[in-house]
Design a protein around this ligand. Structure first.
Ligand code: SF4
Length: 378
């Protein structure tokens, strides 16, 4: 495939994911299934022959949704509902909402009433991920979900289909991890903004096509760059919000050493084992992933694990991107900050929302943080 600007296909998907999904649907006659982040297993949707499309509500200004959902709802949920109410999601045949917090549980019921023509599914992800029976519970829930998806598409995801889907996703995630590595080596070409473009579009495009586009990227360019003056950052948050924050981090001289963003490194960190049954791999990958803030784990373990990951990433500073009105994200924050302070690692908390948070204010706070951290570096 000859593409003048190799980053363009990814940008096109992100500028209008619904148009991309519509064209895919016309071309393949397949079903399109939206899924609210995080942790809906895309492979199960793909193996049933449908196109999984991640729905991200952060950054969407809500006007219609406020009539259906309380005003103190996070923008992730409210923005997703807004997208549906204003007609952007008309291309969806189905929608999957995972149980990660009370907000998503309530959203599911509101969604089901607002969009009765869509095949809506509530995925009951376990909150107690350390429970001794969690693996068998999750296997049963994912098997149930696979059955629901097959009923929707009318296609049977037999063992061969599942194996080839699992192989495709393994390959795609390996390439995306390579792109992350490049960001740390050549941050002026493989900017944080571009890496996000790759990972976020992978959650919306046909995965095989996306992998083809990735092959056209400048992998052969190994020009060495001096990135020693850049500040290596560890980021915790739900999505890259507000939109434009990555460009800001790039321009202020940060490098993303590692992140826990659900559309970021967290979505690709698991290698998956080719030797296992695909369903077993999906279940184990879910349980090994960095726990989402809404899951229940021992608070001390949550804090220790977090500081250990920051250290492992050799990050010089931590950015906590907390969605406004998200109790799950806010709950651990004071303990994490105290632990980081004890460890001598500076941190900044930014509360994000499309309602009442200005990009200009965020830039000023990031500039001040950058100056503070630079002054502390040896
Ligand atoms: S976990 Fe937080 S950001 Fe995610 S849906 Fe729940 S309240 Fe919103």
């Amino acid at each position: 495939m000859s593409v003048e600007d190799p980053w363009k296909p990814f940008r096109d998907v992100m500028q209008n994911p619904w148009e991309y999904a519509r064209a895919w649907k016309e071309r393949t006659r397949g079903k399109v299934v939206g899924h609210l982040l995080p942790d809906v297993p895309e492979e199960i949707i793909h193996a049933a022959g449908a196109l999984p499309v991640a729905i991200e509500g952060a950054g969407i200004y809500a006007s219609h949704a406020q009539a259906h959902i309380p005003g103190y709802t996070c923008n992730h949920a409210m923005g997703a509902l807004e997208l549906g109410l204003r007609g952007d999601l008309a291309v969806l045949d189905g929608m999957v909402i995972p149980y990660v917090c009370d907000t998503t549980r309530n959203l599911f019921h509101i969604w089901d009433r607002c969009f009765p023509d869509m095949a809506n599914e509530f995925l009951r992800i376990p909150k107690r991920i350390g429970h001794p029976k969690v693996e068998s519970y999750l296997t049963a829930e994912f098997q149930r979900f696979a059955g629901v998806m097959q009923n929707l598409t009318g296609e049977s995801a037999g063992p061969d289909r599942f194996v080839s889907t699992a192989a495709l996703y393994r390959k795609s995630r390996a390439r995306l991890r390579e792109a992350y590595d490049r960001h740390r080596q050549q941050p002026s070409v493989w900017t944080a903004d571009r890496i996000n473009l790759l990972t976020a579009s992978a959650l919306r495009a046909d995965r095989a096509e996306h992998l083809e586009w990735m092959e056209a990227l400048p992998w052969e360019d190994h020009t060495a760059e001096d990135s020693s003056s850049r500040i290596r950052l560890y980021v915790r948050g739900k999505v890259w919000d507000p939109p434009g924050i990555l460009e800001m981090l790039d321009s202020l001289g940060f490098i993303i050493g590692r992140d826990e963003i659900v559309t970021g490194f967290r979505s690709i960190e698991q290698h998956g084992e080719s030797s296992l049954d695909p369903m077993e791999t999906i279940v184990r990958s879910h349980l090994r992933r960095v726990p989402y803030p809404g899951y229940h784990i021992d608070p001390a373990q949550a804090v220790e694990g977090f500081v250990a990951r920051v250290r492992e990433a050799t990050a010089a500073a931590v950015l906590l991107l907390n969605p406004k009105f998200c109790e799950a994200a806010a709950f651990d924050t004071p303990d994490l900050q105290v632990a980081l302070e004890k460890a001598g690692i500076p941190s900044l908390v930014l509360e994000t929302s499309a309602r009442g948070v200005s990009l200009g204010q965020i830039r000023i706070r990031l500039e001040a943080f950058q100056e503070m951290v630079s002054g502390e570096l040896p």
